[in-house]
Design a protein around this ligand. Structure first.
Ligand code: FPP
Length: 248
């Protein structure tokens, strides 16, 4: 999918509608400086704010960040605690985005998160629901496999209750039950471009269904060092790709 290009990008650049970012490298950024990992996450959270704004200014319509995966609970308890504290702090600050017409939604299994955090998440979603410049999806306690299993469970329940005929289950049916189709009446389109900083070249369970035809962009820059120009570079690289979606 392509849409009108922002003036900050070279004329003719094809803009991805939906960009996903795996915010990786916070720990290494801190280690390089002899600092605790949680300081890396704090810096990463700053970058998150700057890059989200820039994405909106460039004209990106859906922007998804991988903030905490279903596997991240395996980290030391104090690091998990520090990340959750950062979320809570940022959910207050994220309200600034509301003034910029950014809608905020969360994807993932929120039942395992602190009650206070869940409450703030609901309130931010409600307060920003009518904003339309860009939808920011924050993936918290998110896993692509978990999302598909969650959809399968919901579909099985509907089949048992007779609301769905098992023979009629299609790709569209599954899609309807993903977290990304449950945005308070709205649905996010498939992800067009996934950016992973820090030199890793894997998906790590991020939007595995929605990324079926996504273009990947890797860079060695650690997430806290990722700048608006790096987002532009990723979009320009995306624009040069030839997407065939299985065709010729
Ligand atoms: C991956 O880096 C980063 C995380 C697991 C946490 C990301 C969280 C933030 C950026 C905090 C703020 C986010 C929001 C939405 C307010 P890593 O720790 O795996 O880095 P490493 O691979 O270098 O160890």
């Amino acid at each position: 999918m392509a849409q009108k290009t922002n003036a900050a990008l070279p004329p003719g650049t094809k803009l991805p509608v939906h960009v996903g970012v795996i915010m990786d490298g916070n720990g290494r950024w801190a280690k390089k400086r002899g600092l605790p990992r949680k300081i890396g996450h704090r810096e990463g959270a700053q970058t998150f704010r700057t890059i989200t704004r820039h994405a909106k200014n460039l004209g990106v319509k859906f922007f998804t960040v991988y903030a905490f995966s279903t596997e991240n609970w395996k980290r030391p308890a104090d690091e998990v605690e520090a990340i959750m504290d950062l979320f809570e702090k940022y959910l207050d600050e994220v309200r600034d985005f509301i003034e910029e017409n950014i809608r905020i939604c969360f994807i993932g299994d929120r039942s395992m998160l602190r009650e206070g955090l869940q409450k703030k998440m609901r309130s931010v979603e409600e307060d920003s629901r009518d904003f339309s410049a860009m939808t920011l999806l924050i993936a918290i306690n998110y896993g692509g496999r978990d999302e598909i299993a969650h959809a399968a469970k919901a579909i099985a329940q509907k089949a048992i209750s007779g609301e769905i005929n098992a023979d009629e289950i299609t790709v569209d049916t599954v899609e309807k039950y993903l977290y990304t189709s449950d945005l308070d009446g709205d649905t996010a389109p498939p992800v067009d471009l996934i950016i992973r900083p820090s030199g890793e070249q894997r998906l790590s369970n991020f939007m595995i269904w929605q990324a079926a035809y996504a273009e990947f962009y890797y860079t060695n820059i650690l997430w806290p060092d990722f700048r608006p120009e790096d987002l532009e570079k990723a979009i320009i690289a995306y624009s040069d790709r030839n997407r065939r979606f299985g065709g010729v």
